[in-house]
Ligand binder design. Structure first.
Ligand code: DGJ
Length: 726
């Protein structure tokens, strides 16, 4: 059983039977409060071991600084626990609590839905077991139901909290995070930081005797920090060692805190933030969920757990398992300067080359010939597309291409008909200047009438059936985060209400139009998070399309997100972001590591480059099911080596695709052997040229990456080796 309760010891054991165990216990604290504490978090334990844990912890109830040291399963403010807490509740008398006491529990097969929130799900009750632990604050009547679901086959633990105000006073959930973890021993931490066009760069650091804070207060998860954190044993690396991965299924502002106390105990708390949710008597509030995985096989082991879970039990709808179309997007080819003729010249070439989808990016609506205007006016500019969207779609369909459309629904330009009609529909603070970013303001998604307006407008666009794909962009973050519709006492919860409103819109539209492929985007990868993935199975990874930069960005992104979520396009050279010139082959081989597309003017490419593109189209079609649905492993780190490598392997190891990138050349170079992972070391494999390799040699000695006749003399070179078990 994944979750058991020992009534005599008052202990809960949560385990997937293979990778982790978590032991929680009801313990009488000073004053007699039966609190919930975490006695063990680590490798899987046999059931018999549970009654033995722990050794010497928690401190004895007579210890003076008890609350400073106790390993609370859900630590709260206002009781002398000076480490980061998961929960702070302001009472009507102005004081802060709560003190939570065990009040009961249930264990049941399955996993509950989180109303209004994205979450991992199950397809059969037998896939999961859930423990709901009710904690109660005697003074206020606040209940916190800690909800832990073990997803056994996916080796994951999902944690969330449902608050219920069973008292008589209004309470304010100032802080209401999803989970806490208490660990002993030596740990380092790793997270993904970044910026526009430089997203998800891995950074690893020691945990100080202080609090490390990872936060977004931008109203979106953001380019700067991903809602993910790993705790690693100091000796762990990509291939081996103990790693915990913590990933928050939420797309808005968030907080993760890691603290090492004076006794070297490590606590982590994670969840949405700021919260400030006013909870009236009788009301409920659900936190988003945090997903925990543990691996003894290093960072790759952790990533593969997230990939499997998020690809198969977070992404939804028919596109979850469908092979993604090979597309061309006109953004870098034309920016705002296009007409139908120009677009059709690109589309015609795309069809001839065997591409499958044409995506019309920004600039097709209102008066939008630059980024100064028209967001909100989602009516087609007939100067550019005389036959409207339907007419243009018909021409694409006649070429054998599907039609994709860019939208930025959450935004409003001050120069737009929508703004002139509804100047109070944007986020703003009365009496204050409305700060623009990219000349635009943000629609107040907390307001139901604005959510309805967006649902109706987008349903109107999709209703004709002409549109097969939507790129849902979002190009700025919060400044004056105020709402014309919220009471002053609810204003601080706007960050949460915005995201819940957006989720309602996304839930409605994706359920109404299941065959439309939605791709999320936020100035590139500014909202690449599990929350968006629950609605849209792929994300535009970064506005940086340079091949060399992309190796690092896609490498970092793969720390949490499956390849089927990572969109990757081949763009023109000199590259528009960094000016670098790389070969078409190199750019294509990098983009092969995601949902591949082109973002350049196909109609003006040289015959040589067109010949390479033709080959790439064949390669993508041949390997994309392996790439999108196989197991991905990072092999050689682009941040520490001039040669990077990754691979894709079929579940049964019968087929492997190895991709090696020379980021820059070196004179008289070392011999590089790439050790292939996830390969049958007892089998023989054959490449496409008919050369046979021993799986064991590839695994233990490696494949010698030899870059051409000239040795390693060319920058930006790449090798792709396809192996089949014979
Ligand atoms: C930002 C996106 O990341 C780009 O791909 C493009 O769609 C532009 N917005 C259009 O304004």
């Amino acid at each position: 059983m994944p979750i058991t309760y020992d009534a005599s010891a008052r202990r809960f054991h949560l385990t997937d039977g293979k990778t982790f165990s978590r032991v929680l216990a009801v313990i009488d604290e000073p004053g007699g409060n039966p609190g919930l504490q975490e006695l063990y978090l680590g490798a899987a334990l046999p059931e018999a071991a549970v009654s033995c844990a722990p050794q010497g912890f928690p401190p004895s109830a007579s210890f003076d600084g008890y609350h400073q040291l106790a390993p609370y399963a859900y630590p709260t403010a206002g009781r002398g626990d000076f480490r980061p807490t998961a929960c702070a509740v302001r009472e009507s008398d102005g004081t802060c609590g709560p003190v939570l006491a065990y009040a009961g529990h249930t264990i049941y097969p399955g996993k509950p839905l989180l109303p209004g929130l994205p979450a991992v799900y199950i397809e059969a009750e037998a896939e999961a077991t859930t423990l709901e632990l009710t904690l109660r604050d005697a003074k206020t009547g606040l209940e916190a139901v800690l909800c832990y679901t073990v997803l056994e086959a996916f080796h994951a633990l999902a944690c969330s909290v449902r608050f219920h105000n069973s008292g008589t006073q209004a309470l304010v959930l100032e802080k209401a995070l999803s989970c806490a973890m208490n660990l002993t021993g030596e740990w380092e931490l790793m997270h993904l930081y970044g910026a526009w066009s430089r997203e998800r760069q891995p950074e690893r650091t020691a945990i100080p005797h202080a609090t490390f804070t990872l936060r977004s207060n931008r109203g979106a998860s953001g380019h700067e920090h991903n809602p993910f954190l790993a705790l690693l044993a100091p000796t762990a690396d990509e291939r081996q060692g103990e790693v915990w991965g913590v990933s928050l299924v939420w797309s808005g502002s968030f907080l993760m805190e890691v603290n090492k106390d004076v006794r070297d105990h490590v606590r982590l708390v994670a969840g949405l933030d700021p919260c400030h949710w006013r909870l009236l008597p009788g009301e409920d509030f659900h936190t988003p969920e945090t997903v925990l995985v543990r691996s003894d096989a290093g960072l790759n082991g952790m990533s593969q757990r997230f990939h499997a879970l998020y690809r198969r039990r977070l992404c939804r709808g028919p596109w979850r398992d469908r092979i993604r179309p090979l597309l061309v997007n006109n953004w870098e080819a034309t920016y705002f300067d296009f007409n139908e003729e120009k677009l059709l010249s690109i589309a015609g070439k795309a069809a001839e080359l065997g591409l499958e989808l044409f995506v019309l990016d920004d600039g097709w609506f209102g008066k939008r010939n630059n980024d100064n205007c028209s967001l909100g006016d989602w009516t087609v500019n007939t100067d550019k597309l005389p036959g409207g969207l339907e007419g243009f779609a018909e021409k694409l369909h006649a070429l054998g291409l599907r039609f994709g459309l860019w939208l930025e629904p959450e935004m409003i330009s001050p120069d737009s008909e929508l703004y002139r009609a509804h100047p109070d529909w944007c986020l703003h603070a009365p009496g204050r200047y409305r700060t623009q970013q990219r000349n635009q303001l943000i629609l107040d998604m907390s307001r139901p009438e604005i959510q309805d307006y967006l649902i109706d407008t987008i349903s109107g666009l999709l209703g004709s059936g002409a549109i097969d794909y939507i790129k849902w962009d979002m190009n700025r973050n919060f400044d004056e985060a105020g709402s014309a519709a919220l009471a002053p006492e609810d204003m601080k919860s706007l960050h949460v209400r915005y995201m819940l409103g957006l989720y309602r819109v996304l839930e409605t539209l994706t359920a109404r139009f299941p065959d439309v492929l939605f791709e999320s985007c936020s100035g590139g990868g500014g909202r690449f998070d599990p929350g968006m993935l629950a609605y849209m199975p792929q994300t535009w990874t970064s506005d940086d399309t340079d091949g060399v930069e992309r190796v690092g960005i896609q490498w970092g992104t793969s720390t949490v997100y499956p390849v089927s979520a990572i969109s990757a396009h081949v763009s023109a050279v000199p590259n528009h972001q960094v000016g670098r010139v790389t070969t078409m082959k190199f750019r294509g081989d990098v983009a092969l590591g995601g949902n591949m597309g082109y973002e350049l003017n196909l109609a003006t490419q040289t015959p040589e480059d067109l010949a390479v593109i033709r080959q790439q189209v064949d390669t993508v079609k041949r390997f994309r099911s392996l790439i999108q649905q196989g197991r991905f492993t990072r092999l050689r780190d682009p941040f520490t080596s001039r040669i990077a490598a990754w691979q894709f392997a079929a579940e049964d190891q019968a087929e492997i695709l190895l991709c090696v990138f020379q980021l820059h050349a070196s004179p008289n170079p070392e011999d590089i052997y790439i050790r292939v992972e996830d390969i049958d070391d007892q089998a023989l494999y054959m490449d496409d040229a008919g050369v046979t390799y021993a799986g064991g040699v590839l695994k233990h000695q490696g494949w010698r990456a030899c870059f051409g006749e000239n040795g390693h003399r060319e920058d930006h070179d790449s090798l792709v080796l396809h192996l089949r078990r014979v």
